[in-house]
Write a protein that binds this ligand. Structure first.
Ligand SMILES: [Zn+2]
Length: 125
């Protein structure tokens, strides 16, 4: 039997939004790098990537230390590089969103489709 997959939600979240709240909007928008304390006295630095938004302003995304993708959410993992994006989390830890594994074990019965066949044949009088 394969070991069960961890859930993405089990890994602590570091989001652009929470960083903005903790260091302040202005400083976040001016920074090219932030240091995040991930616990146990460990600091990990995250590069910030400016991305234009639909509204014409610029928003800073977080650069995944593993793959370099820009994203808005990173997750704390128990080994180097300590912070990864969801894509890396799936690749290197086999993690899934909790909702995905629920769907796989079929505990959402309402989503199953069923086919019904009307029995009309042979009912003619
Ligand atoms: Zn990544």
């Amino acid at each position: 039997m394969r070991p069960s997959h961890p859930h993405i939600e089990d890994f602590p979240l570091v989001s652009a939004r929470s960083l903005k709240l903790s260091i302040g909007n202005k400083r976040f928008n001016a920074a090219s790098r932030v240091e995040v304390n991930i616990g146990n006295g460990m600091n990990v630095s995250i590069d910030l990537v400016p991305r234009p938004t639909n509204l014409g302003s610029v928003m800073r995304h977080l650069c995944c230390p593993r793959c370099g993708r820009s994203c808005l959410k990173l997750r704390v993992v128990p080994r180097e590089p300590w912070l990864v994006c969801n894509v890396c989390l799936k690749e290197s830890f086999g993690a899934r969103f909790a909702s995905q594994s629920r769907r796989m074990v079929g505990s959402v019965p309402g989503l199953r489709s069923q086919a019904y066949f009307e029995q009309t044949e042979g009912d003619h009088v």
